[in-house]
Design a protein around this ligand. Sequence first.
Ligand SMILES: [Zn+2]
Length: 128
Amino acid sequence: MECEYIKSNGKKCIAQTIKGDKFCFAHSSKPIIIEKRNNAKSLGGKNGRKQMLTPSKTIISLKNPNDTLTLLEQTINDVRQNKLAVNQANCIGYLCNIMSKIFEQQQVETRLAVLERVVLLERKKVNR
Ligand SMILES: [Zn+2]
């Protein structure tokens, strides 16, 4: 059955009624439902506040792949323990991905520099 509530815009509410009531969960005037509704709103508010990560006083250093790995590990644990909002975890994951690409590039450049030095030395030997 559909809720009989008429909204302020004159349209009828189309939500399903709750058992033993002619109104839906949002429009019921039964005290027990009102209490449940208020509790749900309060929980919703708490979930909303969880969107922000408690500001950390420590500044973490991410100078190498291991530091990034530690941050990822911590982030995964925070999400699993419901301490961190998924969108924040996604942001950290995204930034860690960028960092890991930078580390990869630095590693390639270091190896390339070594190879270039070796090639240069070999050329000098040949030209002697
Ligand atoms: Zn309704």
